[in-house]
Design a protein around this ligand. Structure first.
Ligand code: SIN
Length: 299
């Protein structure tokens, strides 16, 4: 299939100037030819998060789509559960369904789940996925199968736009600083299940995107705890300022899910935040996560 055919077939409709586009004309359950892969990759690089509607995919198909973009990541702390019909896992010794779990036979697929018994949900605060790892994921592909009657949107924020909006003096000051990212948010369950301590890593506070070469702020409320080169008071004050700055709605788009919608985001330049405004309704879906590289800063 020629590139011009792909341009005719694959639609890219931007949601905002800075972030987000809805893609049409592709069936993600089928193997992607190279021009279609390239069109999707380009749309992701240009828009940071891309959305697809009406995608019915088995775990193997979602994994195959993810593998076009890289090796798949296995979440460090999620329990593995056996799923039966309607995505209800067999609980075994557990008393309620965890907010995130791996599926037996598909450890690379992370199920996310919330209902009337939930105490928390996956991703309910601004973050870049597992930024506490030394090589944080490049991207994540989430497909929801069950959505609440209202609410349950996901917000995405452009960390390029957040960086670009800073003054030149602030950009100079932040360039080359290092931030600590800590996985303590996973709580005690992580240590019990994984039998090891939470991941912890230090990353450049401003990172250069390996594909686009653009600079992005790389801090988030969920994992970033400290700016290494500053004293505690300076670090706390600057992180609070940066968290608030990155969460400015002007850098954001908001996605309203339907069953079988897919969101694919680039963790290197976008943060996201899942709204829990639908309790006690159920929201359920499956994420595959693509491994990334060690973040770097190029002045
Ligand atoms: C996540 O952080 O992967 C969860 C996002 C969502 O449920 O919308």
């Amino acid at each position: 299939m020629s590139n011009s055919n792909v341009a005719d077939r694959v639609g890219v409709d931007k949601i905002t100037t800075y972030i987000g586009a809805e893609i049409s004309g592709v069936d993600l359950s089928k193997p992607l030819d190279d021009p279609t892969f390239q069109a999707i990759h380009n749309a992701l690089m240009d828009n940071l998060v891309i959305f697809f509607r009406d995608q019915v995919m088995a775990p193997e198909q979602q994994k195959a789509f993810g593998r076009r973009f890289g090796e798949l990541h296995i979440h460090p702390g999620a329990p593995i559960l056996h799923e039966e019909e309607e995505g209800r896992p067999r609980l075994g010794e557990l008393t309620h369904i965890p907010y995130a779990y791996g599926i037996e036979g598909h450890p690379e697929v992370l199920a996310i789940y919330a209902d009337e018994n939930s105490k928390r949900i996956a991703g309910e605060e601004w973050h870049s996925d597992v930024s506490c790892e030394a090589e944080p994921p490049m991207g994540s592909i989430l497909r929801l199968t069950q959505v609440p009657p209202s609410g349950g949107d996901t917000l995405f924020s452009s960390m390029y736009a957040a960086y670009d909006a800073l003054s030149e003096r602030m950009k100079d000051f932040l360039g080359g600083l290092t931030a600590s990212h800590d996985g303590a948010t996973y709580g005690k369950n992580f240590e019990n299940r994984a039998g090891k301590t939470h991941p912890h890593a230090e990353h450049p506070l401003v990172r250069t995107h390996p594909v686009t070469g653009r600079k992005a702020l790389f801090v988030n409320r969920t994992f970033t705890t400290r700016i290494v080169e500053l004293n505690n008071a300076e670090s706390d004050a600057l992180l609070q300022m940066l968290f608030r700055h990155c969460e400015n709605p002007v850098f954001q788009c908001r996605f309203r899910w339907r069953p079988n919608s897919v969101a694919f985001w680039d963790n290197r330049c976008a943060m996201h935040n899942a709204m829990w405004d639908y309790y006690p309704n159920r929201r359920h879906g499956y994420r595959v996560t693509i491994q990334g590289d060690r973040p770097f800063y190029r002045a």
